[in-house]
Design a protein around this ligand. Structure first.
Ligand code: PLP
Ligand code: COI
Length: 355
């Protein structure tokens, strides 16, 4: 049952749908935006108008405080289409909660459930035809918020915009990943903003990632800021390893608490695996690979889904992981999640949020 909504949502539909221009058989990631977007304005200490309008450019002030001082956060969520046409969003309540944790850390206002979740549901009702139904495709949902005050002093903005845009997508990574262990640059330090999904975390990753790309790696494996000894996460996803019979993932406030990671750890537990969320040293992983006890290793994220790691580079040496075909755990996870998300199996955990 919907919670009564004190924020009424005005809907203006486009007369000019771009739907028939989309090649749903060849979707890339994040190139095409759906017809509509949700926009909410925060001012005078509360959320004001909330509306669903045709997707359009924004007019912004050159003094916009988020451009200068970076109060800007976002989420990544996916919606799937069942065979009977039902549209289902995967665990968006988790994204809403994480969004508000990011907001609090950046001194930004909370977005109420009625705007984030009920608004998202209404937006997808309007744009349900944009949710693709081919295997491996989904509608990527990007809720974001940024400061809109036009002022140059460093202080929390008085006004904000919360927007949701959506994009029909295919795979983010199309092949197993070659990751480089980063031992010089740092993504996040204790007491910082590593756990929040703010734009700056991605800006700072671009240069070190480009250096790794130049060496032939797809992505970085970030390590802790103090000693570069412990594994944190990849640039766009969390990391999960199977060492022997244990499913292990790095933990702490310097990494993003991924919803895919949480989901997979919950699944692993329910399947009877021993699970551990703890510090994982680079040496533990590399020794495990040498000894042949690392049976599986993958990146887990909304965009990345479950992407196997093929190779890890550390100080100029390459460590090869087991052939992807031999990996039972990640294959089981992917099969299970695909069936659940496309409505082909039961949803015992209540993870599907039906639109
Ligand atoms: N870590 C980073 C840096 C990410 O950008 C993402 C993607 O959202 C994740 C982890 C995985 O989080 P989630 O599974 O919630 O998408
Ligand atoms: C996501 O998986 O939703 C992300 O945010 C990763 C990346 C596209 C930034």
């Amino acid at each position: 049952m919907d919670i009564p909504n004190k924020y009424s949502i005005a809907i203006e539909k486009t007369n000019n749908s771009r739907l028939n221009q989309v090649d749903f058989d060849n979707l890339k990631f994040g190139q095409i935006m759906s017809d509509h977007m949700l926009v909410a304005e925060y001012d005078d200490g509360d959320w004001q108008q909330v509306s669903i309008i045709p997707y359009q450019d924004l007019v912004i002030s050159p003094a916009l405080s988020s451009i200068h001082y970076g109060q800007s956060i976002f989420e990544g969520v996916k919606a799937y289409k069942f065979k009977d046409g039902t549209v289902s969003i995967f665990r968006p309540d988790q994204n809403w909660e994480r969004f508000n944790r990011s907001a609090a850390r950046l001194q930004m206002p909370e977005v109420p459930r009625e705007i984030f979740l009920d608004g998202l549901k209404k937006l997808l009702q309007v744009d349900s035809s944009w949710v693709p139904d081919r295997p491996g495709t989904s509608l990527y949902i990007r809720p974001f918020m940024f400061a809109t005050e036009s002022a140059l002093g460093v202080h929390p903005s008085k006004s904000y915009k919360f927007i949701i845009i959506t994009s029909p997508v295919g795979a983010y990574y199309s092949k197993p990943l070659k990751l480089k262990v980063e031992t010089h640059y740092t993504r996040a330090a204790e007491g910082g903003v590593g756990f929040s999904k703010n734009a700056g975390n991605y800006a700072l990753s671009l240069y070190p990632t480009q250096l790794a790309n130049n060496e032939g790696f797809d992505q970085l494996m970030w390590t802790d800021a103090k000693e570069h000894r412990y594994i944190e996460e990849a640039g766009t996803a969390n990391l999960i390893f199977q060492i022997g019979n244990k499913i292990i993932t790095p933990h702490g406030n310097t990494i993003l608490h991924g919803i895919t990671r949480k989901t997979i750890m919950e699944l692993a537990e329910s399947w009877g695996y021993e699970t551990e969320q703890r510090k994982v040293s680079v040496q533990e992983l590399l020794n495990g690979i040498k000894e042949g006890v690392v049976l599986d290793a993958f990146a887990a994220g909304t965009a990345a889904t479950v992407t196997p790691i093929s190779t890890i580079g550390y100080n100029g040496e390459l460590f090869e992981l087991p052939e992807v075909e031999t990996r039972e755990f990640s294959k089981r996870v992917l099969d299970y999640l695909n069936q659940l998300r496309y409505g082909e199996s039961e949803d015992p955990f209540g993870w599907n949020f039906i639109v």
